[in-house]
Design a protein around this ligand. Structure first.
Ligand SMILES: [Zn+2]
Length: 324
């Protein structure tokens, strides 16, 4: 039977978003709660279960295909186990088993970069594309590879970590423990660090003013706003983010020859300069025959994670039921 709804969960370090979605991508109920990170792993799972209950109020369980969950974690996809997770204390916990014992739906977990890519491919900027790279610029830099019409997860499910492409040998430290990775230049902490330095150097920059005169209070969003308003320091910092992103993409475009690069995440979607500069790098540097790749902003915004996770639940349900 083709169930009418699926539930998508997008679990982040600060909030858990849940949605009840129809097949065509319309989210009919939504719920957002803070992630009870400090209360421990079981409290986080309880909050996920409560969010599922919230969004399916009034709907018969038989109408629900299943639950898809995007996590900021390295998921062994075949075993559906959480292997590594930097932001939440859930590595090694049987998240899927705990949830399935309580909600009685099939549950499918995936890395949140993969669910975002899947969401954009089903309903967003990459609809009808066969080959694209998704990049999410936020606190971390994540993403996913969508190749030959499906998410490419690599051998265990850990593939697609485009934020950890090496740009500079012995470059600045990356939160993953490596050095000189894209995330070391394009993640929120890197943007904030550059902005604090610039605010002390550039007289007349709006960065300090935007933070009420307190350099320590500068956020990455303030830097994006400054860049969008043409502030010199803001343009310089976000332009460099775009350049570094572009350098990473030149390598990916040369290797994968995608049709498009979809740039999402809070920072990626709000700063056109980043996309312009990255696209210019590809135009200048990519190998011949690949330069027609389009660099486009994601379309689903905050809903990408929920929509992609719910779409994953539909896909799993349909392949179980032989509906593909
Ligand atoms: Zn890294």
């Amino acid at each position: 039977m083709r169930s009418a709804y699926a539930i998508g969960l997008d679990v982040g370090g600060t909030r858990i978003a849940a949605g009840l979605m129809e097949r065509k991508g319309r989210i009919v109920h939504e719920s957002k709660v803070s992630t009870p990170k400090e209360a421990g792993p079981f409290a986080i799972v309880d909050a996920m279960i409560a969010a599922i209950g919230d969004v399916m109020a009034g709907v018969q369980p038989s109408e629900v295909a299943g639950v898809g969950i995007g996590l900021p974690a390295q998921i062994d996809f075949a075993h559906q186990s959480v292997e590594y997770c930097t932001n939440l204390p859930i590595a090694g916990l049987d998240v899927r088993g705990l949830i399935m014992s309580r909600v009685k739906f099939p549950v499918t977990m995936d890395n949140d970069g993969h669910t975002a890519a899947f969401g954009e491919s089903c309903f967003g900027a990459a609809k009808s594309l066969r080959d694209f790279v998704m990049i999410t610029l936020g606190t971390g830099v994540g993403g996913g590879l969508f190749l030959e019409g499906r998410i490419n997860r690599g051998s265990r499910g850990f593939g697609g970590e485009v934020g950890h492409v090496v740009l500079e040998v012995s470059g600045p430290p990356c939160p993953c423990g490596g050095r000189g990775h894209l995330e070391s230049y394009a993640g929120r902490p890197a943007i904030i660090r550059e902005a604090r330095e610039a605010a002390g150097t550039y007289r007349g920059s709006s960065l300090a003013r935007r933070a009420g005169g307190d350099i320590e209070a500068i956020t990455a969003e303030m830097v994006v706003e400054a860049a969008n308003a043409g502030d010199k320091a803001g343009v310089e910092i976000m332009g460099r983010v775009g350049d570094m992103l572009g350098e990473a993409l030149v390598g990916l475009v040369n290797v994968l020859n995608p049709q498009a690069i979809v740039v999402g995440g809070g920072i990626g979607e709000s700063c056109p300069l980043v996309i312009e500069r990255a696209a210019a790098r590809i135009q200048d540097e990519a190998l011949a025959g690949r330069r027609d790749v389009r660099v486009v902003p994601a379309l689903l915004g905050n809903d990408a994670g929920v929509a992609g996770a719910a779409a994953l639940a539909f896909e799993d349900h349909d392949s179980r039921e032989g509906l593909h």
